[in-house]
Design a protein around this ligand. Structure first.
Ligand SMILES: [Zn+2]
Length: 177
């Protein structure tokens, strides 16, 4: 299907990267948050809490669990940036709290309500942290094997993302071809 979806979360993430002229990995998520005038606050939270976002007196505040692995913190920040860009109405009304991102692998069309915005935010975050164009550039000219652990490790390090997320992203990309 060639219909363009302007409100597609991945497109929104690509647009943001373009606006900020970001063209290499790792994508500087903290800088992006700053560019959007959001404040990031790291604090130790319960393990099942990844982060949160709310808008107070016109300023977006992103809370991140400082006890989590840095890759996971990057995902949390990217996810909250997504809410800021896509769901600002919602986070102006109340604090949005994110627990474990268990909906990462579900399809947006099968989701409703709150779950729908989480799926959208996860899609945005995946594109922001591993932009398709950058990933394609990395894989260009390589005989790629999804079971090639050393290449995948290298890529996960380069993008500063978890292996699970990278694998998910690559599988999605292959499916779309
Ligand atoms: Zn969320």
């Amino acid at each position: 299907m060639a219909t363009e979806r302007n409100n597609d979360p991945a497109n929104a993430a690509q647009k943001l990267l373009k606006e900020l002229n970001i063209r290499s990995a790792p994508v500087p998520v903290e800088k992006i948050a700053k560019a959007l005038e959001a404040q990031i606050r790291f604090s130790p939270l319960d393990d099942e809490l990844s982060g949160m976002i709310y808008i107070k007196d016109g300023t977006a505040i992103i809370g991140v669990n400082s006890l989590h692995h840095s890759n996971r913190q990057r995902f949390t920040i990217a996810h909250e940036i997504a809410h800021l860009r896509l769901h600002s109405d919602l986070i102006s009304q109340e604090v949005h709290v994110d627990k474990k991102f268990s909906v990462l692998f579900r399809d947006a069309t099968s989701s409703i309500g709150t779950e729908k915005i989480e799926v959208e935010a996860n899609k945005f975050a995946a594109e922001l942290l591993i932009p398709q164009a950058l990933l394609e550039k990395e894989l260009e000219g390589k005989t790629f094997d999804i079971d090639d652990d050393s290449l995948l490790e290298k890529l996960a390090k380069k993008f500063q993302v978890s292996r699970q997320m990278l694998d998910h992203r690559i599988r999605n990309m292959i499916r779309q071809q």
